[in-house]
Design a protein around this ligand. Structure first.
Ligand code: ZN
Ligand code: ZN
Ligand code: ZN
Length: 267
């Protein structure tokens, strides 16, 4: 079923954010993680940037998008891949206008059909023909519905991976031997063949205790073992996880991701 194979090395995956929906520190919280001086405990909302000199892809446009783009130097995008429509993954959408303002081209956005329908009802203006009265002051997006068939962006072959996220749908994305599976409580059997042979796994692991709509450390670790990833990165981390002490308890092939972490990947 899978048709995407790694063909090119030399890409970087940058964690723009690795935190759960509140971000860390949480407003009004004085717990050890929210008051930690370890920069790895300071987490913006989860998203990643996959890039090299030729290609620039964003996965999710959370509410910290502007800060993330400035912090990590994102100045152009070829496409945005949306995992789902929860606010912590979507509500920076309007800041995509900074990119379309520069190119005067609509930005392709890849998402499940039901997520595109949500965008069309909540952000209708980003799909309208450009109104000369607004110039390029509003974002212009070009929707592409995805499910389980691969698609291409420039030289990249991208495999969407439908995931369970409690009672919601979330879309993971596989490129080459890398899979990014945020906001996931389980992988449907029909999606397992899409993940055969992955080497680098980025997966939701909210905290050590179970949660109804997210994987936790034990369930994420079990899935990493089942999928046979060579190295796994936990993301979408809550303030119940103090980086240094929890990392020390994990096997060597499991890393708790943190903001600004860069991975060299083959796609
Ligand atoms: Zn989330
Ligand atoms: Zn806290
Ligand atoms: Zn979510």
């Amino acid at each position: 079923m899978r048709t995407c194979f790694p063909t090119m090395s030399g890409f970087t995956l940058t964690f723009l954010g690795s935190g759960t929906s509140y971000g860390i520190p949480m407003i009004g919280c004085h717990c050890p993680t929210c008051t930690s001086q370890d920069p790895r405990d300071n987490r913006l909302r989860s998203s990643v940037w996959i890039h090299n000199e030729d290609v620039s892809l964003l996965i999710d446009s959370g509410p910290d998008l502007r800060l993330q783009a400035l912090r990590y130097g994102i100045e152009r995008l070829d496409a945005m891949l949306l995992t789902h429509t929860h606010a912590d993954h979507l509500n920076g959408l309007d800041d995509l206008r900074a990119f379309t303002r520069l190119t005067h081209q609509p930005l392709p956005v890849y998402a499940a059909q039901e997520h595109i329908q949500f965008l069309m009802s909540h952000f209708e203006y980003v799909f309208q023909e450009r109104n000369p009265a607004f110039g390029w002051g509003i974002p212009r997006l070009e929707p592409h519905a995805v499910w389980d068939a691969p698609f291409t962006v420039g030289p990249l072959c991208i495999q969407p991976v439908p995931l369970l996220h409690g009672r919601w749908l979330s879309i993971g994305y596989r490129m080459g031997n890398l899979a990014y599976l945020t906001d996931c409580s389980g992988i449907p059997e029909s999606s397992l063949p899409l993940l055969e042979g992955i080497q680098v796994l980025v997966i939701d692991a909210l905290r050590t205790k179970p949660h109804p709509t997210h994987l936790h450390f034990d369930s994420a670790l079990a899935l990493a073992r089942f999928l046979g990833a060579a190295h796994t990165y936990f993301t979408h981390i809550s303030h119940e996880t103090l980086h240094a002490s929890e990392q020390a308890r994990l096997p060597e092939d499991i890393t708790i991701a943190y903001d600004g972490l860069n991975l060299n990947v083959s796609l």
